[in-house]
Design a protein around this ligand. Structure first.
Ligand SMILES: [Mg+2]
Ligand SMILES: [Zn+2]
Length: 198
């Protein structure tokens, strides 16, 4: 999107003016086949291409932040993940859409890294690298950890309950969980709601 006018890396906090929608991957863009390894199995939910295109047409960068603990667990490699993201980008490109940048955490939860959602290092890296302003930005995800990450960054949080594991996301929300700002029945509906927020 910004190939002709690249934003310099590392703008200072006050010069971050870009708005973004952070999107989770598995269960949000594509069905959550446990530990997706093969790019050939990737498919997108209906309306995802159109939703991403809509957001970008309205000036949002779309940044994918995904936990991929299958790498450290040895179920697949970073190369598998790169192939999946290349195929995802190719599918989106055919529909006139794109992910501006992918970020993934390769670690198992036991490692206690600072990049696995709900921790926020990848989001902060993205904000620095892409010049993202938190205030007009949002997150779309299917799990409580997505909403927790978004809330701790002050993002508008949109929950799209995962249709591959119906109801799982909603069951995760306990009395101590942050409530999402909105719950949408589809990715496209979440994108529309983000555009129409006050
Ligand atoms: Mg997910
Ligand atoms: Zn990590």
């Amino acid at each position: 999107m910004d190939e002709e006018h690249p934003i310099p890396e590392g703008p200072s906090e006050h010069s971050r003016t870009r708005r973004a929608v952070f999107v989770d991957r598995d269960g949000t863009l594509n069905p959550d086949f446990h530990y997706l390894k093969d790019a050939e199995r990737l498919e997108l939910f209906r309306g995802v291409i159109e939703g991403i295109r809509l957001l970008r047409d309205h000036g949002y960068a779309v940044v994918c932040v995904t936990n991929q603990s299958g790498i450290e667990r040895g179920f697949y490699t970073e190369e598998n993940v790169a192939r999946i993201h290349a195929r995802l980008s190719a599918i989106l490109a055919r529909g006139g859409a794109a992910i501006d940048r992918f970020y993934f955490c390769p670690h198992a939860p036991e490692r206690g890294c600072d990049c696995r959602k709900p921790r926020t290092r990848l989001f902060r890296d993205a904000a620095r690298e892409l010049g993202i302003d938190w205030a007009p930005s949002a997150i779309i995800g299917d799990r409580v950890l997505d909403i927790e990450a978004g809330e701790s960054l002050g993002l508008l949080t949109a929950l799209v309950p995962d249709r591959t594991n119906r109801g799982l996301a909603l069951q995760e929300f306990g009395p101590k969980s942050p409530a999402p700002d909105l719950v949408a029945p589809s990715f496209y509906a979440a994108a529309l709601a983000i555009l129409h927020r006050g």
